[in-house]
Design a protein around this ligand. Structure first.
Ligand SMILES: *Cc1c(COP(=O)(O)O)cnc(C)c1O
Length: 493
């Protein structure tokens, strides 16, 4: 049976190293009519690569089929619903990809003189302006390459601003509903994290901030909406409280998809906020980038922004490197320009009304999903949500079915699972974010499937514990995969 594929069109695909045969080639060239010269007569032997043992030798069609089949194993936002919470896996309009690939953009070089890239500088300057408008801030740096990178930039700006006041503060307040990167960035920026416990409504209790805020605290990092999918309703009062004691308010705006055109975070007293262009503004993500996490700030903090900053003088744009108080450079050149470009195209094509509508639809879809699943799954915070909702496996526990089983069973029905076991404040969390780009039929299909799985958990829990069954690879040993990842191909099995 070795050569018989008994999985139908679910193609099995060996490694490319296990395919082909000696002497097989993917090219054919005409006979040459010049004299053959041994390569080691032309190059010193230490520069010559030795024969690569086991290097695959394949024909063109072998290579094309191998990679085409592999590409079909992928699941992405272009193939179906992708409800991964906190990630905003929405469909990205292809027009923005087209724009990013236009030659005039794709072929520019970062060392081109300012005079030859005026339109590029103008575009970045204007995008900064759009993002400042959307967030209610004054100035933006486009340098950070990811959300966490934007956070680090922000924490370094806070440190520099405190230093300019000759102050050294040691602590940063971070609620338990913050994204995990908030704690990491505070730590990397050498602050000590002080946790704030959220209340029964899933938000920061004002009283706790009052208790913890003192002259030792550099500031607070608030994820808004937070990882439970709730708006931090006391943010304005929290900001006032933190400012009164000389601290700064950092807002993690990675999930701005819920707020565009509805709330300006700057109006609530936030001093700085980062956005994830690769979530909200039309860059597909997952798999490691490239991303972009611009940081928007209030003007009092502008002197500390990374250099260079783009300035407009009359009709001309220039890069200003003369920034004595700047925290320095956070990224080579000007940031991930392709991502910046897509965000610019997206914002212009959507318009202010379109962005607002996207956020409204994202929130509506999440609440529709939440309402459809209530009853089948336990809802730890039973109140309207923003762009995502969080359920748990509490009702399924008595059948010995866990969140992991439910997630794996979804794969059997052709859905990508939601985020699981996050946020950490909720035991056995199933965190779902439908985004605005899902239609009602798609949401109904997902709701129906989830409710069906809840019934399966009661009637036939083994089906869930054995899931996924209708896939090439069944349940993987995730601990082994994390502890001993196999990162290199070897001929030994
Ligand atoms: C995704 C996310 C981040 C981290 O963004 P990266 O680009 O992965 O570094 C930070 N905060 C929140 C709330 C997020 O959802």
């Amino acid at each position: 049976m070795k050569n018989i594929n008994d999985t139908g069109l679910l193609q099995d695909e060996p490694l490319i190293f296990e395919q082909g045969g000696k002497g097989r080639k993917g090219y054919s060239l005409p006979q040459w009519d010049i004299e053959e010269v041994e390569v080691n007569r032309l190059l010193p032997s230490h520069l010559l690569r030795k024969e690569l043992e086991g290097f695959p030798q394949l024909s063109e069609v072998d290579v094309v089929r191998h990679f085409t089949r592999l590409s079909q194993w992928n699941y992405g936002v272009d193939s179906g619903f992708y409800p991964l919470g906190s990630c905003t896996m929405k469909y990205n309009p292809k027009i923005n990809e087209e724009v990013a690939r236009m030659k005039g953009f794709a072929h520019i070089h970062p060392y081109q003189p300012e005079s030859l890239v005026q339109s590029i500088l103008k575009l970045m300057y204007e995008l900064g302006g759009f993002l400042a408008e959307i967030t209610g801030m004054d100035q933006v740096t486009l340098q950070p390459a990811a959300g966490a990178h934007g956070e680090l930039t922000g924490m370094m700006v806070i440190r520099a601003a405190l230093q300019a006041r000759s102050e050294k503060r040691k602590k940063v307040l971070v609620p338990d509903t913050a994204h995990g990167t908030n704690c990491s960035t505070s730590t990397v920026a050498s602050y000590q994290v002080v946790e704030i416990k959220s209340n029964e409504r899933g938000v920061i209790p004002l009283r706790k901030v009052e208790e913890l805020m003192d002259e030792e605290v550099a500031g607070i990092m608030v994820t808004n909406p937070n990882t439970l999918g709730f708006f931090e309703e006391h943010l304005a009062e929290i900001a006032e409280m933190v400012h009164r004691k000389g601290g700064f308010v950092y807002c993690d705006g990675a999930n701005l998809n819920a707020l565009m055109g509805i709330v300006k975070l700057g109006d609530l007293g936030v001093d700085m906020v980062h956005l994830n262009l690769h979530k909200t503004f039309s860059t597909p993500h997952g798999g490691g980038g490239p991303g972009s996490g611009p940081l928007a700030i209030k003007k009092e903090l502008a002197p500390f922004l990374p250099a260079p900053v783009i300035e407009k003088a009359g009709e001309a744009y220039r890069l200003n490197y003369d920034r004595p108080l700047s925290i320095g450079r956070m990224k080579a050149f000007y940031g991930n320009f392709g991502v910046i470009l897509k965000a610019y195209a997206y914002i212009l094509s959507m318009g202010a009304e379109g962005l607002k509508r996207a956020s409204e639809m994202a929130v509506l879809n999440a609440n529709y999903l939440m309402t459809g699943l209530k009853g089948s799954y336990y809802l730890p915070y039973d109140r309207p949500c923003m762009h995502e909702c969080v359920f748990t496996d509490r009702y399924q526990e008595k059948h010995h079915v866990s969140t992991l089983d439910i997630a794996k069973r979804l794969i059997d029905y052709g859905f990508h699972p939601p985020t699981i076991y996050f946020p950490l404040v909720v035991k056995g969390a199933l965190m779902m974010e439908p985004t605005e780009t899902e239609g009602k039929e798609g949401l109904d299909r997902f709701i129906e499937t989830m409710n069906f799985i809840a019934k399966e958990a009661e009637e036939n829990p083994d089906l869930l514990r054995q899931a996924p069954r209708r896939v090439k690879v069944r349940r993987l040993d995730e601990v082994l995969a994390a502890r001993k990842p196999k990162l290199k191909w070897t001929s030994e099995k």
